[in-house]
Design a protein around this ligand. Structure first.
Ligand code: BYC
Length: 324
């Protein structure tokens, strides 16, 4: 990433200019102003945003694979249409987010290369397999539910293009949550095999969903920068707690059990205390050793290669028709 240009004062003191710019930038953020692409910003702010938005974009795109897996096996036409629409939405989210990342001066093809080379991360949750139809309901309920808790504050973050993309994305995530919870409700009210299937699915997804919020605050290396500059408005642990608090009532409403014997209401804090997260598992998955990491990367490379002719045709068309 290129460094920001310095304006020299009469004595050539660039350091002071930089400090003044940072001060002005931070005052704008404290005043609740949005930072826009052409505004001055510290290099670290630009780098952090590029990292976070591009990893978010990759997550949306890779997130299509586990659910896409069930489009041909959806039990009814209505379910198939709902799932198709959801998977298409995820693709659109990736598109908005790559566009938002590009406003920071990076090229989308470089971001894609980083994903395909394994350098860039994407959400850990998408490295788990979808083994039953109930998983589609549980992903909508828990994974998209977690996404809403995590992403609604991002719609108020300090960087304009990211915040605006998140408004649209969160509206669609709300639909995803409803379609998922409806599938879960139907199965939970179904016959004993259906009830068993949905409970087994909740048992498998619960802990990986809690990991989606990222490492605990004491191990979250990026949070300090991101929170100072109001990209993240809440810490990983506080959002995780908010999610647990909401999920307990939702599970109870459909008579499902969350697989945590330590889950207890804490009268003092007003929160649901939960058990210990297996952080070794989380870091294994993040480092590429989860159950489906290799398969997700294989699919990503295949899709990229299969789509090469489309990119080449689009480039050739726009070269011949520059006015369009
Ligand atoms: N999976 O300093 P930290 C969704 C990495 S899913 C894989 O706390 P940060 C959803 C992290 O990248 C769609 N890697 O990071 C998401 C960092 O490594 P690098 C995706 C993870 O950025 C969350 C290192 O661990 N959504 O919708 O301050 C909850 C240290 O972490 C994960 C988004 O991307 C993970 N789960 O906080 C619910 C939303 N967590 O990059 C639903 C936008 C951490 O320094 N992103 N790492 O090498 C975010 O809100 C934040 O980036 C995160 C992580 C909360 C995900």
């Amino acid at each position: 990433m290129e460094s920001q240009p310095h304006i020299r004062d009469i004595s050539g003191n660039t350091a002071l200019d930089e400090a003044q710019r940072v001060k002005r930038f931070e005052e704008r953020i404290q005043a609740g102003e949005r930072i826009e692409p052409k505004d001055w910003m510290p290099d670290v702010y630009r780098r952090q945003l590029t990292r976070m938005i591009s990893q978010h974009a990759h997550s949306e795109v890779v997130g299509m694979y586990p659910e896409g897996n069930w489009i041909t096996r959806a039990p009814t036409l209505r379910r198939k249409l709902g799932l198709l629409a959801k998977v298409q939405d995820e693709c659109g989210h990736g598109l908005y987010l790559y566009c938002a990342a590009e406003t920071l001066g990076v090229d989308r093809s470089d971001l894609t290369d980083e994903l395909l080379s394994g350098k860039a991360k994407y959400a850990s949750i998408f490295n788990y397999p979808t083994l039953s139809w109930a998983d589609i309901g549980v992903i909508g309920w828990l994974v998209d539910g977690a996404a809403i808790i995590n992403q609604t504050p991002l719609a108020k973050c300090s960087y304009g293009p990211y915040a605006r993309a998140m408004v649209h994305i969160c509206k669609e995530e709300s639909f995803h949550l409803k379609q998922g919870y409806e599938i879960v409700t139907k199965l939970a009210q179904g016959n004993s095999a259906q009830k068993e299937m949905v409970q087994e699915s909740v048992n498998r997804w619960w802990w990986p969903v809690l990991m989606m919020f990222g490492p605990s605050d004491s191990d979250s290396s990026n949070s300090e920068d991101l929170m100072r500059w109001k990209v993240k408005l809440f810490s990983n642990d506080s959002l995780r707690q908010r999610f647990v608090n909401g999920s307990v009532a939702q599970a109870k409403a459909v008579k499902l059990t969350l697989p945590d014997p330590d889950l207890r209401f804490n009268e003092e804090s007003g929160n649901w205390d939960y058990g210990t997260i297996n952080w070794d598992e989380f870091w294994q998955v993040v480092k590429g050793h989860g159950p489906c990491n290799r398969e997700r990367m294989r699919m990503s490379r295949k899709k990229h290669n299969d789509g090469r002719w489309v990119r080449e045709a689009a480039r050739a068309y726009s070269a011949r028709h520059p006015e369009k």
